[in-house]
Design a protein around this ligand. Structure first.
Ligand code: C2O
Length: 500
């Protein structure tokens, strides 16, 4: 557990979380990385030290604090080539940011290339000492974090070109793969008759997970760091980048129960405890569960999620009536690169923030061309992303999970639902755009109150790596160098370590 001021060493290490040994890139030498805990209002200072040397993977790095808004600290957002140059081997970078108005479940991960698929991902939880949820649910324990991830036996640079399937699904860094050993699984310990808040993190490079706990229903109370009105479900769809908190009552007989995270990849099954962890009641034997899956009576419905405190979506409650309306149409070009409005994002030679700080004030001056959308200050922005993917495993490899940095947004049209909700839309920072077969056209709104260049991209890490991204350059004229403790001199050293 890290608290507030810490070093976070990024290291190469050989680990075998599913019984197969491979070299990895890890935060703090563990998978997942150490839990970073903060309280609402805290300033976090995390000194990321790059000790990487294994050239079969990237040896530079950069860490993004997923879901943290970074008000006045865009420079600490960690998106390589957007807000900073990569951290070179044997160098370090001090991230410093506050979490004034946020509490809930977040995570951190490499934001360089597809490096987090090699292991660099970990949980980040912001506690609220006056959490309104604490009174509402009276949980006995809220310390459990459940990190869901896919895992690969090859280093990410060998998997840039499809097809690639994850080799296993890990829950809290443990799992089994088809044909592999009966490797230990993660155990979540509970005491009968107690109530728990579990925090579930979709730390996936690609798949989405159908998350269930045999014999137990879940009450969803938090989505992507925002409290919601309680919804009872017996399954959760967790897309890459998304988080949930659920309340679970240990109200069943003392036993072991399967916790399952079934991936949408057909090679990932439940057989032999794959894609699983164990919910173990105190007093139950140290064995694999034998419980049955289901039945499902309380399906997960994205449209039923509503914030605990309704604010309504900003702007005129009519489609296309925001101050700025943007359609982003996903595609795939002839080189196999992903595009939005026919442009594939290519890392610029200088990070976009540094381009702006050095005086480029218009998107037409900024690189990469066609990938940067200028947004005026204090306006309502509406973005629609029609699904153009005959999924789940069509040509575009969806359903895609879109993440916006620097904001939570109101999802005024969710996937799987044809109507618009301007009254009490769910707030998220990562949303599935669904499938073309369902005619999905997910639409979000947010207000530009946070100057800076913010990445908006598919959180399937392979797709980000292949250009499925744009940058929202928000309030360019208000982005000022003084906000950053990182001096221009530092920037140039970081970007040109060889002094060119
Ligand atoms: Cu969690 Cu831009 O990423």
């Amino acid at each position: 557990v890290l608290r507030s001021v810490s070093d976070l060493e990024i290291v190469n290490k050989i680990v075998s979380p599913d019984g197969f040994s491979r070299s990895t890139v890890l935060a703090g030498g563990t998978f997942p990385g150490p839990l970073i805990r903060a309280n609402k209002g805290d300033e976090l200072r995390i000194n990321v030290i790059n000790n990487l040397y294994d050239t079969s993977m990237n040896t530079t790095t950069s860490i993004h604090w997923h879901g943290i808004l970074q008000h006045q600290s865009n420079w600490a957002d960690g998106a390589a080539f957007v807000t900073q140059c990569p951290i070179q081997p044997n160098a370090s970078f001090l991230y410093r940011f506050t979490v004034p108005d946020q509490a809930g479940t977040f995570w951190y991960h490499s934001h360089l290339s597809a490096q987090y698929c090699d292991g660099l991902r970990g949980p980040l939880v912001v506690y609220d000492p006056e959490d309104p949820l604490a009174d509402m649910y009276d949980v006995d324990d809220e310390s459990t974090v459940i990190v869901l991830s896919d895992w690969y036996h090859r280093p990410s640079p060998q998997m840039y070109n499809p097809p690639f399937n994850p080799d296993s699904t890990l829950i809290n860094g443990l799992g089994r793969y088809p044909g592999g050993p009966m490797s230990p699984l993660a155990v979540v310990n509970v005491v009968q008759r107690k109530r728990y808040r579990f925090r579930i993190i979709g730390a996936s490079c690609d798949p989405w997970f159908n998350f269930t706990i045999d014999g137990h229903k879940m009450t969803v109370i938090e989505v992507d760091g925002t409290e919601i009105k309680p919804v009872d479900v017996d399954s959760l769809a967790v897309f890459a980048g998304q988080r949930y908190s659920v309340v679970v009552s240990a109200d069943q007989p003392v036993n072991n129960y399967w916790i399952r995270a079934l991936s949408n990849f057909p090679n990932q099954t439940f057989d032999g405890g794959q894609s699983s962890a164990i919910l173990r009641y105190s007093g139950a034997p140290d064995t694999d569960p034998t419980t049955e899956h289901g039945p499902y009576i309380l399906p997960f419905d994205e449209a039923s999620l509503q914030p605990l405190f309704d604010a309504g979506a900003p702007g005129i409650p009519e489609l296309g009536k925001a101050d700025v309306n943007i359609n982003l149409i996903p595609g795939l070009d002839t080189l196999g690169l992903y595009t939005l409005n026919n442009v594939s994002f290519i890392d610029p030679p200088l990070p976009i923030l540094l381009q702006i700080l050095s005086g480029r004030r218009h998107p037409s001056h900024l690189l990469p061309k066609g990938s940067i959308y200028e947004l005026p200050f204090n306006k309502t922005i509406e973005v629609s992303i029609p699904a153009t993917d005959l999924s789940p495993h069509g040509a575009l490899g969806g359903p895609h999970s879109l993440h916006l940095h620097g904001h939570t947004f109101d999802v005024i049209r969710v996937s799987g639902n044809s109507s618009y909700n301007f009254v009490n839309p769910v707030k998220r920072d990562t949303v599935s755009i669904g499938t073309q077969a369902n005619n999905d056209n997910v639409t979000i709104r947010f207000v530009t109150n946070n100057p800076g260049p913010w990445f908006f991209h598919c959180h399937i890490n392979w797709h980000l790596h292949k250009g499925f991204a744009v940058v929202m350059a928000e309030s360019i004229s208000q982005i000022v160098a003084e906000e950053s403790p990182v001096t221009p001199d530092y920037w140039w050293k970081q970007c040109y370590p060889q002094g060119s």
